[in-house]
Design a protein around this ligand. Structure first.
Ligand SMILES: Nc1ncnc2c1ncn2[C@@H]1O[C@H](COP(=O)(O)OP(=O)(O)O)[C@@H](O)[C@H]1O
Ligand SMILES: [Mg+2]
Length: 243
């Protein structure tokens, strides 16, 4: 269970309130989607969960353990992170990118090769063809998929994904959706996905959180949003006029 209470982020020096006193809980093994217009605080919220951004107020717990009591690097070990635009290191091959953390942690060499092959197959990229390529030799969608494989290499119980399916064509996106739901079901990973796309949020999320100007406007499932939209903003968003 991820539990967030009274969480805010005020960016210095201008004092801009990017996230404004939000609360939510995400049960272990479920998928939550954070959605909202550009600049509403989605990425900031995600980055506070893994302490790449330190909160200005509030607290974050995972299974009742308080984030702030951990060393940030230690805290991030249990949280896989797929960043916007993949963020691969350009001077490293696909396999080197995927296995970087495992190599730093000195995992067994045979395990590293086998696990990275398994992940490459999972994302639909044959290791024989792709393992030794550099990021520049991949399409945007392939880079994004490598970013997902990298986040899974150390098998974290929690996976944070920032617009991970943005650059994918509809067919690849669909198969990545299936793979993600399979992973969630079979491996009981707790997954938090930031997306722009309400349809994607309803499809993947057990729980959808709609943000605007740093606040969570409404939280629930597709039925809640469609049958009981909290206000005009929610209605507009659900009907696809915003986002
Ligand atoms: N490091 C920063 N310093 C100051 N302002 C920031 C910083 N990062 C983000 N912001 C601002 O905080 C707001 C929320 O940003 P972000 O969380 O990235 O939004 P989203 O992911 O929803 O598009 C934006 O207005 C953005 O300009
Ligand atoms: Mg963002």
């Amino acid at each position: 269970m991820i539990s967030v209470k009274n969480l805010s982020k005020i960016y210095e020096p201008d004092g801009f309130i990017a996230v404004n006193h939000i609360d939510f809980e995400i049960p272990t093994g479920s998928i939550a989607c954070i959605i909202g217009t550009s600049g509403c605080g989605k990425t900031t919220t995600l980055k506070m969960l893994n302490r790449l951004v330190e909160p200005s107020t509030g607290e974050i717990r995972v299974n009742n353990e308080l984030a702030i009591t951990y060393d940030p690097v230690e805290w991030r070990r249990k949280i896989g992170y797929v960043i916007q635009k993949a963020g691969l290191l350009p001077h490293m091959t696909v396999r080197e990118n995927i296995t970087l953390l495992s190599r730093i942690l000195k995992r067994d060499k045979k395990h590293i090769v086998e696990k990275s092959n398994e992940l490459l197959n999972m994302i639909g990229m044959d290791p024989n063809t792709f393992a030794d390529r550099y990021p520049i030799e991949l399409s945007g969608g392939q880079q994004q998929r490598v970013g997902i494989a990298r986040a899974l290499m150390e098998d974290p119980p929690i996976l944070l994904m920032d617009e991970p399916f943005g650059a994918l064509d509809p067919i690849t996106r669909n198969s990545m959706h299936e793979e993600l739901m399979y992973m969630n079901e079979k491996l009981h990973k707790t997954i938090v996905i930031v997306t722009h796309d309400m349809e994607e949020a309803f499809k993947l999320g057990n729980q959808v959180m709609l943000m605007n100007k740093g606040e969570i406007i409404q939280m629930g499932n597709e039925k809640d949003f469609k049958e009981n939209p909290k206000n005009q903003f929610v209605e507009d968003f659900v009907s696809g006029q915003l986002g």
